[in-house]
Design a protein around this ligand. Structure first.
Ligand SMILES: Cc1cc2nc3c(=O)[nH]c(=O)nc-3n(C[C@H](O)[C@H](O)[C@H](O)COP(=O)(O)OP(=O)(O)OC[C@H]3O[C@@H](n4cnc5c(N)ncnc54)[C@H](O)[C@@H]3O)c2cc1C
Length: 298
């Protein structure tokens, strides 16, 4: 039998100010509805029961994509598909486009928002690894003011973020070094875009092409810890190392052994996840190495 949604009131605030005022009036007992692809499913399972849903998808402050001094700023209610298809994003940060292209089917991508993907706080959220390695930050606005923090500090646990009666309004991505190269791998049970991943890896590498060493390699992992994480041990092992040297295999081993803290669930065992972290990190490094070597050899 199909589960039914519990009864709720619905309101579509026209501005951020109105949305915040309503949150205050209902003492925080409101659900923020963006695309609804996570929230409505959860409500059918009676997880959150909200008296009022605030549909924030048409709040102008949340629906724009802007540039500012080389930074790209995404309103939280912009859909993942429109970001994936944006020419600006494909040119400047192809890694994000690559990841959002495989976030759900076309129907899901047309509803799902980037803010909803982050606020749902799934360890497997596809937007998280690319945004983490791009050093993205988030802007949170509440009745008492606003704050900005690195995305890495936004997630607390599965389904939990630092949001306190606040709305995530904007995701800001700083200009990426032009010589940097990125890659996103998503391993799902069927290899289909609708799959929630078993493991995902985002990697952004900045070479010192003249010396053929890694200036910096940022690695993020999805679905192998209570939140999406940066693989700091692996990153550290690569800094200043020879591109294409044996440090790649060492870093991949560290990502699996020291950074990932996987559990076993219906999608995969902890052992399998660890093995896949090692494999995918190594592959991601090989891929960026090939790209960089291809660009630097005559
Ligand atoms: C069939 C199916 C396939 C899917 N496949 C994938 C997949 O491949 N990869 C993947 O990562 N996800 C997948 N998802 C999950 C989901 O589509 C995404 O997480 C999506 O991006 C959620 O965005 P939304 O706008 O629909 O969020 P909503 O469902 O509207 O909201 C999600 C949560 O975030 C809160 N929220 C939303 N916006 C804000 C905001 N601006 N400020 C504060 N709180 C906010 C809501 O209150 C709610 O708690 C799938 C879901 C379904 C149903």
């Amino acid at each position: 039998m199909l589960a039914k949604l519990p009864p709720f009131d619905y309101c579509q605030p026209a501005s951020l100010k109105e949305a915040l005022a309503l949150m205050g009036r209902f003492d925080g007992n409101v659900g923020l509805l963006a695309g609804g692809t996570d929230l409505l499913v959860a409500m059918k399972e009676q997880k959150p029961s909200h008296r009022l849903l605030l549909d924030i998808k048409r709040v102008p402050a949340l629906t724009a994509v802007t540039t500012d001094n080389g930074r790209l700023c995404f309103g939280a209610a912009v859909t993942t598909r429109s970001i994936a298809r944006s020419r600006l994003v494909r040119e400047r940060i192809p890694l994000l486009s690559q990841a959002l292209q495989v976030l759900g089917s076309m129907q899901i991508g047309n509803r799902a928002t980037i803010g909803g993907n982050l606020c749902n706080a799934s360890p497997a959220a596809d937007s998280a690894p690319p945004l983490l390695v791009l050093d993205a930050s988030v802007k949170l606005v509440g009745e008492k003011g606003e704050r900005r923090l690195p995305l890495e500090n936004f997630f607390l646990a599965p389904g939990k973020t630092v949001l306190k009666r606040e709305i995530l309004t904007e995701i800001q991505v700083p200009a990426a070094p032009a010589q940097g190269r990125g890659v996103f791998y998503k391993l799902g049970p069927r290899g289909a875009p609708e799959d929630i991943c078993i493991v995902s890896v985002g990697l952004f590498a900045v070479p010192d092409a003249a010396r053929m060493i890694w200036k910096e390699v940022r690695i993020a992992l999805g679905a192998v810890a209570p939140t999406p994480i940066r693989a700091r041990h692996a990153e550290e092992a690569l800094r200043g190392q020879l591109i294409g040297g044996k440090s790649g295999a060492d870093a991949a081993r560290l990502a699996a052994a020291k950074d990932a803290r996987p559990i076993s669930d219906i999608r995969g065992s902890a052992r399998y996840r660890s093995a896949m972290v090692r494999l995918l990190v190594e592959r991601a490094l090989e891929q960026v190495t090939r790209e960089i070597s291809g660009e630097t050899t005559p």
